[in-house]
Each structure stands twice: as structure tokens, then as C-alpha cells.
Ligand binder design. Structure first.
Ligand code: SF4
Ligand code: SF4
Length: 129
């Protein structure tokens, strides 16, 4: 991760259908128990090498709902393991933390633009690529 979905989500399902790596689950499957859609940070690759911009943010009709969070890298491991907004998945009994396996991220998005609540600004014309 990546990107994160806020409580402004209207559960429209648009983002889930366009995510190329199936990183988004609906409100019923949100592991945090919140009644909104959820991006699995251990799966999201910020659309790197697939699209120029995050497709979920590009299609979301609720502007500002999908925002940047820190990259899913080892140096941010504690953020993802201790932050209550995330419930990481497991594989063979191991928690899928950044320390276990880092994910690709948008290197052109600096740390200063990251953190829960930092807008993913995607112009409409960038939505299709
Ligand atoms: S940024 Fe891309 S990979 Fe990540 S959740 Fe959104 S659509 Fe999926
Ligand atoms: S596209 Fe936006 S409003 Fe719709 S489910 Fe995804 S985050 Fe929620």
C-alpha cells in the first residue's frame, strides 16, 4: 500500500471491479469490521507496471474517499502492523507484513504526499490508460 478507503465510501463497488490485483474487498469482507470497502495493503501494488494511476481512485465517484498511505515497505512495517485501520492477512501462519514481503509502490509519490488522508488526485482524463 498504498491507498486506503475512508468512511466517505458509499459502497458502490466500482473500485473493486477495476483493481487489477484484486486487493479490494467489500464492506461484508472488510477485516476491520467497518461498514465500507477495504484495500488490502498486503496486496495493493499502487497499479505499478499496469496503469499510470491508481484505477480505484480514478473511478471512485466519492472524490477524496481513496487517499494515499505509506508505501508497503520494510521501513514502514510498524505502521502497518500496529495501526488499527489495518488487519493484515496471513499465509502459512505468517502475517503478511512489509517485513515478510514488500509490495511495489509509486516511487514518484514522495513520503511528504503519503499518510492516511493524503489525497490521490486523479484527473478524469487520466482514468483510462
Ligand atoms: S491502487 Fe491499484 S492495486 Fe491498489 S487497490 Fe487501487 S486499483 Fe488496486
Ligand atoms: S469506488 Fe469509492 S465509493 Fe465506491 S466502493 Fe470504492 S471507495 Fe467506496
Amino acid at each position: 500500500m498504498s491507498v486506503i478507503i475512508s468512511e466517505e465510501c458509499i459502497n458502490c463497488d466500482a473500485c473493486r471491479t477495476v483493481c487489477p490485483v484484486h486487493a479490494i474487498v467489500d464492506d461484508m469482507e472488510n477485516p476491520t469490521g467497518e461498514s465500507r470497502y477495504y484495500v488490502k495493503p498486503e496486496k495493493c501494488v499502487e497499479c505499478v507496471d499496469i496503469f499510470d494511476v491508481p484505477q480505484c481512485a480514478a473511478i471512485c465517484p466519492s472524490i477524496g474517499t481513496i487517499t494515499w498511505d505509506f508505501a508497503f515497505t520494510k521501513e514502514n512495517n510498524e505502521h502497518f502492523t500496529s495501526n488499527e485501520v489495518y488487519k493484515l492477512g496471513e499465509r502459512r501462519g505468517k502475517l503478511l507484513t512489509p517485513a515478510y514481503r514488500e509490495k511495489k509502490y509509486r516511487a514518484d509519490i514522495p513520503a511528504s504526499m503519503r499518510g492516511v488522508g493524503e489525497l490521490v488526485e486523479v484527473a478524469p482524463e487520466e482514468a483510462a490508460s
